[in-house]
Design a protein around this ligand. Structure first.
Ligand code: HEM
Length: 468
């Protein structure tokens, strides 16, 4: 865990970092390496880190403000970037979109896209082609997000070059130099903001927002109701941007567009990456894949239709997905700013200090996870799971600012993987890079695309219900 003052401070930057992080530092796939190299970190022993982890619920309560990079461009009021009362109001309004009832409704939309995904893989398996895994899971993911959020079916699986997916891929390609610069010299942030500098590529933000605006305008002019997230937000829209009283309860026009834009892309990239690494991990561990396929075949015999309740109760599937998110958490580091000075154990976190939680490093600490580089889903079996300290496993973050889409994402990832594995097996081929070289910017992802092959599975499909 690391501490960094957010406000400009002439004193040496105080850092607290467990030695474990130093050990895995070479593998940390983020811009943090560059900060390390400046020698501005202080280390504490593993015991102190464990003490801190035990007190994490307190840390999460005291240090709840997500770090605001400030260079957010037009997305400044998206829920993941907003602060304090604005964040609280927006999060409260968005939360009902993720209730079990809503998730079940979205399940049928997801199934439409998972069928398309499986269909699109048929010819690849048949012709023994090498596939770029992200092309398929990325299209599935963006189509699910766009359909569930504003009922638009881009059919990206058939049209992989559609501009929506191109811009979505650009969205989180932060400039690493800008990222490091703003972290090291926060004093320049106001100037950069005045100059309109943004961490998110402007052309992509503008494109995506224009799509969201168009869909919203069409929805209002046609007065066609829908059950998607956009409809829920429209219901919560305030009459006027300036109406102070209403603004405290509802969302402004600008806020609605920002939430829709941010949701599509926060959900798209993270879920697509999770599926890609899942396919890669299974291809490299065929025994685990077979065991998972046995669970799938016994839960949904003869490639039967995937049902929501049964899917969410599959134990081995859950262990496999959890283990994959341990090895490859989409977001490698969480960041918070202390709202008040807080003393935890012997460590004082002063008000305004940036706290960084190195999720990627924690997930690969050999003291927490024996043989950390190995893909071992049984770590998350029913019996073993209860011994895991939840603050050592943080793929979806923790505390009040944790991921809003956790259950949505798990449902979408599990559904796609089950349907694909009902029909195919993944295998590595000579084009598969082992080990992977990881990207250092943004999300945890490989530098070069992951390539695999697919084999058709030969189990009987006699009882397949064609309507599902
Ligand atoms: C496998 C897929 C996903 C992963 C691994 C993931 C992970 C995360 C993580 C680590 C955070 C930061 C949490 C923290 O700071 O404590 C986050 C925040 C967030 N996620 Fe996800 N996410 C995923 C999918 C989704 C989806 C599908 C949605 C929307 C439908 C979503 C919506 C959000 C939002 C809105 C936030 C910001 C919450 C706030 O600041 O209050 N995520 N996610």
């Amino acid at each position: 865990m690391a501490w960094l003052p957010q406000s400009p401070d002439p004193n040496p930057v105080e850092m607290v970092w467990d030695e474990m992080d130093l050990r895995v530092k070479a593998k940390e796939p983020t811009g943090a390496q560059h900060l390390w190299e400046q020698d501005c970190w202080k280390t504490i022993s593993g015991d102190d880190l464990m003490k801190l982890i035990e007190r994490m619920p307190r840390v999460c309560k005291a240090v709840i403000k997500a770090k605001n990079f400030r260079l957010n461009g037009d997305l400044y009021d998206a829920v993941s970037l907003a602060e304090d009362d604005q964040w609280r109001r927006i999060r409260n309004i968005l939360s009902p979109s993720f209730t079990s009832g809503h998730l079940k409704e979205m399940f049928s939309i997801m199934k439409h896209h998972s069928h398309k995904l499986t269909d699109s893989l048929q010819s690849k398996a048949h012709n023994d082609e090498v596939i770029i895994v992200k092309d398929f899971f990325g299209s599935y993911s963006i189509d699910v997000m766009a359909s569930c959020i504003f009922s638009v079916d881009f059919d990206s699986i058939k049209n992989p070059s559609n501009p929506f997916i191109t811009h979505a891929n650009q969205m989180f390609k932060f400039s690493i130099l800008l990222y490091i610069f703003q972290a090291c010299f926060p004093i320049f942030l106001p100037l950069l903001e005045c100059l309109g500098v943004s961490l998110f590529p402007k052309s992509s933000t503008a494109f995506l927002k224009s799509v969201a605006e168009k869909v919203k305008a069409e929805r209002i002019s046609s007065s066609q109701a829908s059950d998607d997230m956009l409809q829920h937000l429209i219901k919560c829209q305030t009459a006027s941007e300036n109406d102070k009283e209403k603004k405290h309860k509802g969302l402004t026009e600008h806020e609605i567009i920002s939430q829709v834009t941010m949701f599509v892309f926060a959900g798209y990239e993270t879920s697509a990456i999770a599926l890609v690494f899942l396919a890669y991990s299974l291809a490299r561990n065929p025994e685990i894949m077979k065991r998972l396929q046995s669970e799938i075949d016994s839960t949904f015999p003869n490639k039967g239709p995937v049902e929501y309740e049964a899917l969410m109760q599959m134990e081995y599937l859950d262990s496999v997905v959890s283990e994959c998110l341990r090895l490859y958490p989409s977001i490698p580091r969480l960041e918070r700013v202390a709202k008040e000075t807080v003393k935890i154990s012997e460590i004082t976190i002063p008000k305004g200090m940036l706290v960084m939680v190195p999720v990627y490093a924690l997930h690969r600490d050999p003291e927490l996870w024996p043989e950390p580089e190995e893909f071992k889903p049984d770590r998350f079996s029913k019996e073993n799971k209860q011994n895991i300290n939840p603050y050592t496993y943080l793929p979806f973050g923790a505390g009040p600012r944790s991921c809003m889409g956790t259950r949505f994402a798990l449902m979408m990832v599990k559904l796609a993987m089950v349907e694909v594995l009902q029909n195919f097996s993944f295998s590595v081929c000579k084009e598969t890079e082992i080990p992977l070289e990881m990207d250092v910017a943004g999300f945890v992802s490989p530098v070069r695309p992951i390539k695999l092959k697919l084999k058709m599975r030969s189990i009987s499909s006699a009882n397949v219900d064609p309507c599902n």
